[in-house]
Write a protein that binds this ligand. Structure first.
Ligand code: NAD
Length: 280
């Protein structure tokens, strides 16, 4: 039987509408600063989409587009200025940065209160112990998509492929917070297909087109595809071989139109949360 497609576009639109309505109702002044360094075309698309989402939600957006040759110190100084700016509630530095930057030092410079990506180590620590203000946008978006299916996480076998700090690890932690039995797979995992076949909920965050094939998926699983891969023909595709996996899974996210729009919606939600905390 063909899987139900989880409509990330529609769910993200609902989240953004909720943020917009709350901002209007409570007369909240919220601002998001987005910093982009260099001219990576994919980063430019993401930044433009974030600006559009801000407009839609009634969040003021401030864009800082810096040339690729910007020095680390100049970026750190800009972050200090934004940390002190009362109109800025959230700061997002678009990654990846050009090679000469120390990304970790840049992330650590952002005030944890304005770290709407939740990448700062103090926010990561809070997520680990389950006492947090913000969740990282992509894993939080995946959780919303899973919730939309009505499938309960508690007691389920959950497999996450990928262990990055941005997606895989926090994703595993959020599933664990909801009482899933979680396995994290990575490039050194043995018998990957066998481990994946155990999953009631399978999250792929690998960055390889069509990596997850039908033989790796249990009948009736929920499959969340985080991957965004650009093929030679210019088309986007996920980590999951959609055509064959959708014949086996019960629910599946498409690429595009699945996790991607949710990441931006959760960023809007985090910016609202940051504004509430800073204004209170
Ligand atoms: P990453 O490169 O940091 O991590 C990839 C992970 O995949 C690693 O942990 C690695 O161990 C694992 N891996 C690699 N080869 C493997 C193999 N053969 N078997 C098992 N595991 C393997 O990437 P990331 O930042 O976590 O992103 C993953 C994907 O998600 C990328 O396609 C990225 O573009 C996409 N992404 C999408 C969003 C979104 O909003 N939809 C956000 C962030 C990342």
């Amino acid at each position: 039987m063909a899987a139900k497609i989880i409509d990330g576009k529609a769910i993200s639109a609902a989240v953004k509408e909720q943020v917009r309505a709350e901002i209007e109702r409570d007369k909240i002044k919220a601002g998001l600063a987005v910093v982009i360094v260099g001219d990576d075309p994919a980063s430019r698309v993401y930044v433009n989409n974030k600006k559009k989402a801000c407009e839609l939600c009634g969040i003021q957006s401030f864009e800082y587009a810096l040339p690729a040759e910007t020095e680390q110190n100049q970026l750190l100084e800009l972050i200090d200025t934004l940390n002190a700016d009362k109109n800025v509630n959230g700061i997002l530095v678009q990654l990846p940065l050009p090679d000469h930057f120390d990304e970790k030092a840049v992330i650590e410079r952002i005030s944890p209160l304005k770290d709407v990506d939740a990448f700062h180590e103090s926010n990561v620590g809070k997520i680990m112990i389950g006492n947090y203000a913000f969740l990282p946008c992509t894993p939080a978006g995946c959780m919303e998509l899973i919730h939309s299916t009505g499938v309960e996480v508690a007691g389920k076998e959950c497999v996450v492929i990928g262990r990055s700090n941005i997606v895989g690890k926090p994703m595993a932690m959020l599933l664990l917070h909801e009482n899933g039995t979680v396995t994290v797979c990575h490039s050194k995992t043995k018998n990957l297909a066998e481990v994946c076949r155990r999953a009631d909920i399978l999250v792929a965050a690998v960055g390889r087109p069509n990596f997850v094939t039908a033989d790796m998926v249990k009948d009736g699983a929920v499959v969340i595809d985080v991957g965004i891969n650009r093929l030679e023909n210019g088309k986007l595709c996920g980590d999951v071989k959609f055509d064959e996996v959708s014949e086996k899974a019960a629910y599946i996210t498409p690429v595009p139109g699945g996790v991607g729009p949710m990441t931006i919606a959760m960023l809007m939600k985090n910016t609202l949360t940051a504004a509430r905390i800073q204004n209170s």
